[in-house]
Design a protein around this ligand. Structure first.
Ligand code: ATP
Length: 245
């Protein structure tokens, strides 16, 4: 059904042992959209992305109930490599590049599951087009690059798997404003190239500028959701999350 295209999260309940981190979260990322997830520390944003990408168990967490589908196919319960193969790729918080490996080796690691050489070459061309600096630095150790460059590499590595949906966890965290603005522009460009984006951001203004829809998480629940434009104009959102008013 066309209503099933994109990502659908239904009534997701996730715990870390006895700690409930998500208490029944539902959301949609329609095909082609940028959707933002906002919320304070510990609201459950990273947990949501881990539940979608299948990496929850590496954090000793698990889905208690609910499910996740992508383009109508169930991906909850699928192992992380299977989720990547189905077109959903996460860029984890804190970048998690392989610091001792070269830029080129990091990019190759992102393409490990891609068998098709043509697809591989196209993905590489796309990544180097978005981030020319990665071509210049290809033989440099990744850990020696600046934080912004490492974020570019982390996104580039994820794009090597040719995702249809990119999960971004705090991509501008800790970056200088000019670098954060460049990353934001790149997210827009990636989306314009046809990749959907689920964006977790602390920077509410940036997130609402990029996204068409946004969800606000509070202690594991969706407290508020709607069109980004409406949320940006909402007095309570402005006061509580934008520090305005
Ligand atoms: P932050 O911006 O601080 O990362 P967040 O919104 O991403 O916050 P989560 O990291 O998803 O929030 O955490 C949600 C809840 O789950 C918090 O109460 C947190 O303490 C708890 N939690 C997260 N990871 C684990 C873990 N590996 N083991 C136990 N509890 C965890």
């Amino acid at each position: 059904a066309t209503g099933d295209s994109g990502l659908t999260v239904r009534d997701l309940v996730v715990g870390y042992g006895p700690v409930a981190a998500l208490r029944g979260v539902s959301l949609r990322v329609p095909r082609g959209a940028v959707v933002a997830v906002l919320g304070g520390n510990g609201a459950g944003k990273s947990t949501l992305l881990r539940a979608i990408s299948g990496t929850l168990r590496f954090h000793r967490g698990g889905i208690a109930s609910g499910d996740v589908t992508f383009d109508g196919e169930r991906i909850s319960g699928v192992e992380p490599s299977g989720v990547v193969a189905r077109g959903v790729v996460q860029v984890p918080e804190g970048r998690r590049i392989f610091a001792r490996m070269t830029v080129e080796e990091n990019l190759r690691a992102g393409a490990l599951g891609v068998r098709d050489r043509g697809a591989n070459a196209r993905a590489r061309e796309r990544v180097l087009g978005l981030f020319p600096i990665l071509a210049e630095r290809s033989r440099q150790r990744a850990g020696l690059m600046s934080g912004g460059e490492q974020q570019m590499l982390a996104i580039g590595r994820a794009l090597m798997a040719a995702p249809r949906l990119l999960l971004l966890d705090e991509p501008t965290l800790g970056l200088a404003p000019i670098m954060a603005a460049r990353i934001a522009e790149t997210i827009q460009e990636i989306n314009a190239q046809g990749t959907s984006v689920l964006l977790v951001e602390q920077n509410v203004a940036t997130a609402l500028a990029l996204a068409s829809h946004a969800y606000v998480l509070e202690v594991g629940e969706v407290a508020l959701s709607g069109a980004a434009r409406d949320l940006a104009g909402d007095d309570e959102v402005r006061r509580r999350y934008l520090g305005i008013g």
